[in-house]
Design a protein around this ligand. Structure first.
Ligand SMILES: [Zn+2]
Length: 126
């Protein structure tokens, strides 16, 4: 079904608003490429920010620091962030396991450690 012109314009307008919203959260969280804000959901008094990384991104190996490793697969991680005003805030991220050509597949180097330290380390590495 084809969209009418007003509907197409509205969809385009909403898309622009979402881009602006995501850019604000990206800057506020100091997120840099290849990570981006995939979605922001405010529901039941909680803010859920969904992060992702661009397909084909390259990462350093957490074991030997070889650069340019691809993601092997991902596992979903959630971090409790500081409140957004009075509302709880959660960050969701499909954390990649890294496929290193020199030493194999590795999980994020700090999996299971302090969640906030893990997030900052993960975002810094990526
Ligand atoms: Zn390696």
């Amino acid at each position: 079904m084809m969209k009418s012109r007003p509907m197409a314009a509205f969809v385009s307008f909403v898309g622009c608003l979402m881009d602006i919203q995501n850019e604000i959260f990206k800057q506020a969280l100091c997120i840099t490429d290849p990570i981006y804000i995939d979605d922001v959901i405010f529901e039941d008094g909680e803010l859920h920010i969904h992060l992702n990384f661009y397909k084909g991104s390259e990462f350093p190996c957490p074991a030997c620091n070889t650069m340019g490793c691809k993601a092997w697969d991902t596992y979903d991680k959630t971090w409790r962030h500081l409140n957004f005003f009075q509302y709880k805030c959660f960050l969701h991220f499909p954390s990649p396991r890294i496929n290193c050509p020199d030493c194999g597949v590795h999980h994020s180097p700090h999996r299971g450690h302090d969640q906030e330290a893990d997030l900052h380390c993960c975002l810094k590495l990526l």
